[in-house]
Design a protein around this ligand. Structure first.
Ligand SMILES: CC(=O)SCCNC(=O)CCNC(=O)[C@H](O)C(C)(C)COP(=O)(O)OP(=O)(O)OC[C@H]1O[C@@H](n2cnc3c(N)ncnc32)[C@H](O)[C@@H]1OP(=O)(O)O
Ligand SMILES: CC(C)C(=O)C(=O)O
Ligand SMILES: [Mg+2]
Length: 610
């Protein structure tokens, strides 16, 4: 069947509540709600293969680590696994003090009895009794009138109460009633309010309530916009007698993809508690995603659940549910817009540095990142590069991998190199691949990791002594020589080599890196031409002299690459470097000039030419 030209022939829209004095739009959330995880119940009942006891135990432990104080652990009357898991938690003492477990039961005597049996001997239990009050469900599934469903629920509230009394006298357990008003968002609210009032009175008769009754208000099927759900919750909260004596919980499903918004608005409308699942698992399109909700609230400065190890939690959730986590998961999804992120980090670091010692808080503000991923254990390395990425993203990854803050001309050049590879291979490149391409392109050797052994020119080892002596071993095509020279001579040689290059300039830029490292970027340019030469020398070391020598060696190896590729446009610049190398070499190791076989190293030929 094609889609209808006029869908109103088939589908009826929701009926808005007339509540012109609604309060929720003007409110601001200031505190986190009570969080209840229903991963082990609603999340579990929807799985292709419901969780095993081992999987449930694993997930339960993770939920405890996240800081949930209320966890719906099972529907004990539904299966042996559900029953046995509840028993295991209790018998093996796995429920920490201060944590309430919740179990769910329908309004059927034998199921409620089984549910209580499962909870034998524990300290704190919330019994969630549920019936459906939505007209469609009530009539079609249960075949009950309003009066009948009310009678059924009240009767079973009595059953719950008498069992609670019995079990608490035997085991000392504290029981709390939660009424799950299945179908709340499609129910007649005035009827439901009378209904809930009667349940509350039943539960509290003879002053027998130690803890407030929880009314759980689900959008069992989400069929209207989030603002309508908020109106319904506000209406319920405003019209329930003695509102302060009850806890109002919301349980939003995500059929319209708006469960998070609906829940956030419902909290403004007066809800105290949120019932949901990690990463939005649950029946059909899922329950409200409690990770997103809690992190949204965290990003507004409100503390709540602890997702410091979001990666670990993701792995556990996947192992237990066999459902992959969406790569665009809010907050935990991959980052993009690397340029903004990179600039944002710098600007923030500068702002924070100025605040040092003032006692003022160092607030987070980075474009595109509402929260700092590292707060929940995620790195920025997850940023990957594809053919759509700009130079900043690539530079950001180089910075992540190699600690280098590339000067802009090098960013532009390296970006072209990476783009060509991405385009040719039509895929994303990881941070490790980018680092490798960088090393190869610039014959870049990190201090300690040493050169690629195939580089023709290498500084194999060196040391700058306290007396400023540069001692090292250089080689060209495996011909080695030892160097022992005043470090100042090395530096002045490089400077004088630059001066010798006539119409060319050879810029040398120094950069202090973290952990006491220094980087030197050496880039030659032909002053008669516009733009950059397209090749560079880059070196890092613990001291400036070492990094300078390395940068020249890197430039020389790059020159050799260009020569091999017979890139004539760069030819003249190769001579610039060669000239520099020659000057440097005269001081460092004159013996090498003779040691290089002319036929093998074209750069050596250039050296001789000069
Ligand atoms: C929205 C929700 O999440 S509601 C929770 C749903 N839970 C699950 O899906 C997982 C747990 N399993 C169940 O709930 C099962 O239905 C069981 C184990 C409780 C019941 O087993 P069965 O009676 O064999 O289930 P079945 O699904 O065939 O029928 C359910 C019966 O319970 C009735 N029922 C449904 N909800 C309720 C309720 N809240 N209270 C009382 N009876 C109910 C139905 O009308 C139906 O009655 P019928 O057999 O007279 O037609
Ligand atoms: C019965 C309850 C709480 C439920 O899961 C729902 O209505 O979706
Ligand atoms: Mg549900």
């Amino acid at each position: 069947m094609p889609m209808l030209a006029n869908p109103s022939d088939k589908y009826e829209g929701y009926v808005p509540l007339s509540m012109p004095d609604r309060q929720w739009p003007g409110r601001v959330t200031k505190a986190a709600p009570i969080w209840l995880s229903t991963d082990l119940r609603d999340g579990n009942q929807a799985l292709v293969r419901p969780m095993t006891i081992e999987q449930k135990s694993l997930l339960f432990k993770s939920l405890i680590r996240c800081g949930f104080k209320e966890i719906e652990v099972a529907f004990p009357s539904a299966s042996e696994t559900e029953f046995a898991f509840t028993r295991k938690l209790i018998e093996e003492n796995e429920i920490p003090d201060g944590v309430w477990i919740q179990v769910m039961a329908p309004a059927r005597g034998e199921y409620i009895k089984k549910t209580f049996e499962a909870t034998r001997g524990t300290k704190h239990v919330i019994i969630q009794l549920y019936t459906n009050t939505a007209t469609l469900f009530r009539e079609v599934i249960l075949g009950y009138t309003k009066e009948e469903i009310l009678r059924l629920t009240v009767e079973h509230t009595h059953v719950v109460w008498s069992l609670a009394k019995e079990y608490s006298s035997i085991y000392g357990t504290s029981f709390r009633l939660c009424y799950g008003a299945e179908g709340f968002s499609q129910s007649d609210l005035d009827f439901l309010i009378k209904f809930c009032t009667q349940l509350k009175n039943t539960w509290e008769a003879d002053g027998r309530s130690e803890y407030p009754v929880i009314f759980n208000l689900p959008s069992t099927v989400e069929c209207a916009p989030a603002n309508h759900f908020a109106d319904q919750v506000e209406y319920f909260c405003r019209n329930m007698p003695n509102r302060e004596e009850i806890t109002v919980c919301v349980h939003a499903h995500n059929d319209r993809g708006t469960a998070v918004s609906a829940t956030e608005l419902a909290l403004l409308a007066g809800a105290d508690r949120v019932d949901g699942c990690l990463f939005g698992n649950g029946e059909r399109t899922g329950n409200v995603d409690i990770v997103t909700l809690a992190l949204n609230s965290y990003s507004q400065g409100i503390p709540g659940l602890d997702f410091s190890d979001l990666k670990g939690l993701t792995d556990v959730a996947r192992r237990c549910t066999d459902i992959p986590i969406y790569p665009r998961q809010p907050h935990a999804g991959d980052s993009a817009h690397q340029d903004g992120i990179r600039k944002g980090f710098r600007a923030m670091a500068e702002r924070h540095a100025k605040l040092a010692g003032t006692g003022k808080p160092k607030m987070w503000a980075v474009p595109y990142l509402p929260v700092d991923r590292s707060d929940f254990g995620l790195s920025y390395k997850a940023v990957r590069v594809n053919s759509q990425s700009g130079k900043s993203g690539i530079a950001h990854l180089v910075e992540q991998a190699l600690n280098l803050d590339l000067p802009r001309p090098i960013q532009i050049a390296f970006y072209k190199t990476v783009q060509d590879i991405c385009d040719a291979e039509a895929r994303e490149l990881t941070v490790d691949e980018i680092a490798l391409i960088f090393r190869r392109t610039y014959h870049f050797c990190h201090d300690g990791t040493d050169t690629d052994n195939s580089d023709p020119v290498q500084l194999r080892a060196f040391n700058v002594t306290e007396g400023d002596l540069f001692e090292g071993i250089l080689s060209i095509n495996d011909e080695r020589c030892s160097v022992r020279v005043d470090a100042e001579d090395v530096r002045s040689t490089i400077v004088s080599a630059v001066n010798q290059t006539g119409g060319h300039s050879f810029r040398v830029e120094r950069q202090e890196l973290p952990a006491g490292m220094t980087a030197t970027y050496a880039w030659p340019r032909d002053n008669t031409k516009e733009g950059e030469s397209g090749w560079w020398g880059i070196g890092t070391a613990r001291d400036a002299t070492g990094s300078m020598v390395r940068s020249v060696i890197s430039a020389l190896n790059c020159a050799l690459d260009n020569y091999k590729r017979k890139d004539r446009t760069l030819y003249i610049l190769e001579f610039v470097v060669a000239s520099m190398w020659l000057s440097m070499q005269r001081i460092l190791c004159p013996s090498l000039q003779c040691a290089v076989p002319k036929s093998q190293v074209p750069v050596a030929l250039m050296l001789y030419t000069l």
